[in-house]
Structures are given as C-alpha cells and as structure tokens.
Write a protein that binds this ligand. Structure first.
Ligand SMILES: *Cc1c(COP(=O)(O)O)cnc(C)c1O
Length: 360
C-alpha cells in the first residue's frame, strides 16, 4: 500500500478470485471457478473467426452504450421488453451498481455464507451490511429477512458456495414484506435446475434479478452480466452506469453474448449435460462416503470425515485437479467442486478414491 491511498480504503480486503493457471503451465482439470467445461455456442465461434468484419470487428468505434441488440436478444429470450433489461461488464459490475443504487445510505442484508463479493462491495461502497446466518443445514431462513422493511436484501439463488435453492414461495414472502426496499436475486446458477424469479417481475416493482453469461453460456472471459427488472429499476441502474462508464460492455462481447443468448438449443443441451454430470459426481462422491449438499448449481460442496477441506484440496492439486477450498468458519471442512465434463468427473472420482486409500 502506498502512503497516498485514501484512508477510506486502508482496511479494504479485496475479493480473492480462484486460481487461473497461465497458458503454458501444465494442463489441469480446472474445477475451481465454476466455469462451463463446454465451449460457447457455435455462432459465438463463427463471430470470433470473423472478428475483422461486421459487427464485432469495428473496434475503432465505441461500443453501443445502449447495448441495443443484446438487450433485444435477452428480452426475447425471457419474453420481456428491452426496457426491462440492463447489461453490465460481468454480473459483478451489475451487482456493484445495484449495491450503489440500493445500498448506499441504507442497510443491506445477506447470508453469512454466500458470494464473498457482497461483503467486499459493502465495504468498498460504505454500505452497512447485516449478515444473517444460514441454518445448520445451510439453508437460507426466509424469516431472517422479515425484520426490517427498509433494508435492501441480496440473495444468491441457488446460493453461492452451497448450491442450495430457495423456493420461489419463500422469496415471494420476502418480496411482499419489503415494499419499500429492493430485493436483489443473484441467479448466477439458476440455469442448472433452479427456479428463476423472472416470472415474478410483473408482480413486484422491488425485484431485481441478476444473471450472468459466464456460467451457463460459457462466456466467463467475455464479461457479460444482465439485470432484469421493471423499467423504473432498470433506469436506476442506467443512472449509475452512465455516471461511471457508459461503454461498460465492449463491442465484441455484446455481439458474442447476443449470439449465445439466441442459441437456445445449444444452451439447453449444455445445461442438461452439466446437470447429468452433477448427478454422476454426487452419486460417485456419496458412494465413497462424502456428504454432498444437494446442489442446483454447476458445483457441489462436499466433505469427507477422513479429510479436512484443505488436505483434500492440496491432494487433488498434486494430481493436477483444481477445486476450491474456503478458509471460512462454517465451510472449512468442505471443498467446492465445479461440474466439468463427464470425463473430468470420472477423473476426479478416481483421484478421490486414490486419496482416500492413502489416508485410510
Ligand atoms: C460467478 C458469480 C457471479 C459473477 O459472475 P460474472 O458475471 O462472471 O461477474 C456473481 N454472483 C455469483 C453468485 C456468482 O457465483
């Protein structure tokens, strides 16, 4: 830290992303950042090959600040109006804008175990945060969010790190209570079997649904996230965006993302494959004595009595398999395993069997 950094940020602890091996390093089975193991839709690859031509190629020009075509594609996908769609540079940016718009000067509530970025945004933007503990089975308890109607709520559903789903009826209870504050639902993982709150948008002006193209549409590197809400709420996010970075989504990513959203069949197939592989790895781990939290996401959180989370993480890493271990109070015993291809899952299960032999 230099002596010039503002005091406001002297104690800021930034988010720690999962390891990203550099090109040229030994190949690993990368199951640590919930990326999609399958390539993006074929139309995305075609566009990339024609990068010098229209529409992706004109990098001399600024990107469309209205993100018109991509918003149209998303609106068509969900049967919404384009005025109900916002696009950000990854959903992390969308969430940051939502924290600014709906958190500054008020309190925000979210679970103790969830996407670690919520805490970081709260600290960065000086938003008061209230952490509500998950119950002992790692479920969100809706009653925890029925305390203060003024408080903004942010929930990942399915929840990050756990993969557990909150039923829409519970979410509706929370939405109905918070008539004067926003409820932000982060649906980064919803396409792997969860129930989207998008269907509730006509009923609730206080609902903001945030999604990402990073996971279910294999575009983590393109950095595209979306928010869906009633037009007035989307206008709020635009106020923040146009006060910060009007060209927040680059020209290439806008084109690639629109192509990915329009290929519904490929998207459905990828998600089905991930769900099938999730089932395979869940059953395989359980057969070896693991506790696996029931997940509707593209990862599972698993623990074994004979190994602590850090040991398992390290032993897998020695075998060139990267998973994620969080050195956090309630989840230290677990590792989070992203769902890869069927072959990835078979190799993981074989490695785990070897490791268990070693420690038995
Ligand atoms: C991955 C993830 C994000 C971030 O997605 P990007 O669009 O890649 O920024 C946001 N929220 C949750 C819960 C996530 O797991």
């Amino acid at each position: 830290m230099s002596k010039f950094l503002s005091n406001a940020f002297a104690g800021l602890v930034p988010y720690t992303p999962g390891e990203q091996p550099q090109p040229g390093q030994r190949p690993v089975i990368k199951l640590n950042t919930n990326e999609n193991p399958y390539p993006p839709a074929p139309a995305v690859r075609q566009l990339l090959q024609q990068l010098d031509e229209q529409p992706a190629g004109q990098l001399r020009l600024y990107s469309d600040p209205e993100v018109t075509d991509l918003r149209q594609a998303v609106a068509e996908f969900y049967d919404l109006q384009p005025e109900q769609v916002f696009v950000g540079n990854g959903s992390d940016e969308v969430l940051a804008f939502a924290f600014l718009a709906y958190g500054k000067g008020r309190r925000m509530a979210f679970p103790d175990i969830t996407y670690a970025f919520y805490n970081v945004f709260a600290a960065l933007f000086d938003v008061e945060a209230r952490l509500a503990p998950l119950d002992e089975d790692f479920n969100i308890q809706p009653v925890d969010y029925l305390e203060d109607a003024e408080e903004t709520v942010v929930l990942a559903n399915p929840n990050a790190i756990t993969g557990k789903n909150l039923p829409l009826v519970a979410l509706e209870q929370i939405l109905q209570f918070h008539t004067d504050s926003m409820v932000i639902v982060d649906e980064a993982y919803v396409d792997f079997g969860g129930e989207s709150a998008v269907a509730l948008l006509p009923k609730y002006e206080n609902l903001l649904v945030v999604q990402t193209l990073s996971k279910s549409r294999s575009l983590a590197g393109a950095r595209v996230g979306i928010a869906l809400g009633q037009p007035a709420v989307i206008a709020d996010l635009n106020t923040i965006k146009f006060s910060f970075n009007p060209y927040n989504v680059n020209r290439v990513s806008q084109a690639l993302a629109a192509a990915a959203v329009r290929d519904k069949a490929y998207f459905a197939k990828c998600c089905q494959n991930i769900m099938a592989n999730r089932q395979l790895v869940t059953e395989g781990l359980e057969a070896q004595g693991f506790q696996v939290l029931p997940s509707l996401a593209n990862f599972v959180l698993a623990r074994h009595q004979l190994l602590d989370g850090q040991q398992l993480y390290q032993k897998l890493k020695q075998r060139d398999i990267l998973v994620r271990w969080f050195d956090e109070p309630r989840i230290r015993d677990f590792v989070r395993i992203s769902i890869g291809t069927r072959e990835d899952m078979q190799q993981l299960l074989a490695a785990v069997a070897e490791i268990l032999q070693e420690v038995r």
